[in-house]
Design a protein around this ligand. Sequence first.
Ligand code: PLP
Length: 362
Amino acid sequence: MAHVKLHIPGPVEVSEKTFRAFCSPMIGHRGQGFKDLYSKIQPQLQQLLYTNQLVYLSTSSAWGVMEGAIRNLVSKKVLNCMCGAFSDKWFDVSKRCGKQAEALQVDWGSPIRVEHVDAKLATGQFDALTLIHNETSTGTMSPLAEIAALKKKYPDVMFIVDSVSSMTALPIKFDELGIDVLLAGTQKAFAMPPGFAVFVCSPAALAKAATAKDRGYYFDFVEFQKNAEQNMTPSTPSISHTYALGSKLDEFSAEGLEARYARHRKTNQMTRDWTAKHGFTLFPEKGFESITLTCVNNGAKPGGRTVDVAKLQKLVKDQGFLIDGGYGKIKGSTFRISNMGDETEVTMNPLFTALDKAMAQL
Ligand SMILES: Cc1ncc(COP(=O)(O)O)c(C=O)c1O
């Protein structure tokens, strides 16, 4: 069957080169080969996340680490900042972990605002908060730096940040932000196959985790640190993903991080320009639009154009491209186009041509 190129917001298209690295011959995870591999990529990961802390490799999707962060770091009560499907679900996951949790819910499409977080933390009830930097379901980016600045005011609160669909597409300076956990899965802007995540913890998070009696084993952050110090992982990792990550990080270095960020801004602008050309408006509040995907209004808000999203998807798919038809409660009233990963001006243009053709047939 002919391959349909992915422009959904994850998983995204994986290059032949990355697949070749993924298929490298197997090695033992306690042997020198794996240690050499991990020790080679460790400084590249640290550079990517602007941190001196060790970056961990988790053989799980992002949710594993997201749940793990709750188990390791919440002893009193967690504030779940909620502005879309994934951040809303984190509240549910916190409760499923048996934790006291409170929702800071805003309308989908709105960002999380620093003053709301400040007001909640000022109650003194919380020892952790969860924040999704780039809410993929709504294509909305919350002001991470502003919110992270609250850490100085509330040093005992663990700031747990999901950058699943933003990591590598723009700078997220872990040490400078002063947050406690930063995590991402690899099937989004890393442009790797799904099933793997990377994350980093502050020394304060590791100290707090060490006091959590019921933190389990598979996602025990203290185990990740102990093993990373030896260039290993607590359990048998996906060595294939680790090879792919190594290949990807070499590509990032060759391109240069600033050029990588500029490329994402450019391809995102191209997508926004395409939506404007066809009379669509964007779902997120102005000024908070994601730079890795575009969530387009389809009658979800007044003033915009409305089309048959399922038909649009089909017409585009028939030309070899998959776009997303909206997620959760805004399925159909929005659609999403991803520009994250390896996409360039040259690789995005055929998608816009296909979309133009599809629009002419609607
Ligand atoms: C922002 C965000 N967080 C978390 C997740 C969950 O990732 P996974 O299903 O890979 O665990 C997703 C998935 O799309 C996401 O976009």
